[in-house]
Write a protein that binds this ligand. Structure first.
Ligand code: AMP
Length: 330
């Protein structure tokens, strides 16, 4: 039997390079080799309080991007999370068994609590529980995600094991974070910080449908530093630029800039120009495909309905069994 794989991306605008290399890139091979569920995490995005209009258009956009970049609704199950309300029921059950202390210790929660003190809502606190529900809903074992999700996956394992122990069953398998390369990926942004993130502002992210002129401008304005002594280590923003080059530039091009950096003679303007050119070569076909798919509303509606039906079959089975294990069945 094929392994079950589950992964989602929040519809908070458009997909960026981090979503692509951290998660989506794996989806394409996984849909060929596994029993894969790829969803659009619209429940998750409610923690940021989007307007109904923005939520609708973001969901539509991510669905179009999923399809444009190669997901095939016949080979995998593509669905919108809120079309499968069983997710919310499993979330409720898992919440009864998730503890305040462990949720408060999650790094991403602490970070959000620090950066947005006026909106520390319970959805943010229980984000790892909802994520566990997403995965356990299909009894998934592999979860293609970026490095930023490693700790959440550990919590998913904790919740799965705790449920099994509490009810003395071997029902949920242990899900693990997964990437076809060996390591989980962290794609840095352009503003010198850690990972590429929509919440770091427009200048930080490279979107998969970025217009050529905007792409060039963003990269030329990326944060670097004021140069280095020969042999000195790279600063974080400069390491970020090299990490981005690693995604799209040829090895010999990178090696030449590495040598310049080591010699203390690197010109960041040249590096960025090269990066912008190679990034445009990478992005151009994605941009064309996304734009062509966005307009096809009827097809996107059909895909969403078809995916919801398939996902609910799996979800309803799990919930039937979970209710029985808990003792709700008569
Ligand atoms: P999110 O946009 O937070 O819903 O993330 C959706 C998926 O993209 C998850 O699997 C994340 O791990 C992945 N992801 C988001 N940002 C990055 C990044 N900068 N580097 C690597 N993976 C990322």
């Amino acid at each position: 039997m094929k392994e079950t794989v589950v992964s989602g991306i929040r519809p908070t605008g458009k997909l960026h390079l981090g979503n692509y290399f951290g998660a989506y890139k794996n989806f394409l091979r996984l849909q060929e080799e596994t029993n894969a569920y790829f969803f659009i995490a619209d429940y998750h995005s409610l923690t940021t309080h989007p307007t109904p209009g923005d939520l609708k258009s973001s969901v539509r956009r991510v669905l179009a991007e999923y399809i444009a970049l190669g997901l095939d609704p016949e080979k995998c199950t593509v669905y919108i999370q809120s079309d499968v309300p069983e997710t919310a029921e499993l979330y409720l059950f898992l919440n009864m068994n998730a503890y305040l202390g462990e949720l408060e210790r999650v790094t991403s929660f602490k970070e959000k609590a620090r950066t947005q003190p006026n909106n520390i809502n319970a959805g943010l606190l229980t984000y790892p529980v909802l994520m566990a529900a997403d995965i356990l809903l299909h009894r998934g074992v592999k979860v293609p995600v970026g490095k930023d999700q490693e700790q959440h996956l550990e919590m998913s394992r904790t919740f799965a094991n705790r449920f099994n122990r509490l009810y003395n069953v071997e029902y949920f398998p242990e899900p693990t974070a997964f990437n076809f390369g060996t390591e989980l990926v962290k794609v840095p942004g352009l503003t010198g910080g850690g990972k590429m993130s929509k919440s770091a502002g427009e200048a930080d992210s490279i979107y998969l449908d970025e217009e050529a002129s905007v792409l060039k401008k963003k990269i030329m304005r990326a944060v670097s530093d004021s140069g280095n002594e020969p042999g000195a280590p790279k600063s974080q923003p400069v390491q970020n630029l090299f990490d981005l080059m690693n995604l799209v530039c040829a090895p010999e091009v990178i090696a030449s800039f590495e040598a310049d950096h080591k010699a203390g003679s690197i010109r960041y303007g040249d590096l960025k120009k090269q990066l912008a050119e190679d990034m445009e070569t990478f992005i151009a076909p994605l941009r064309d495909r996304i734009q062509a798919t966005l307009g096809d509303s009827k097809r996107l509606d059909e895909i969403a309905a078809y995916g919801a039906e398939k996902a609910r079959l799996s979800a309803q089975k799990t919930l039937r069994e979970v209710r029985e294990i808990i003792g709700f069945s008569r």
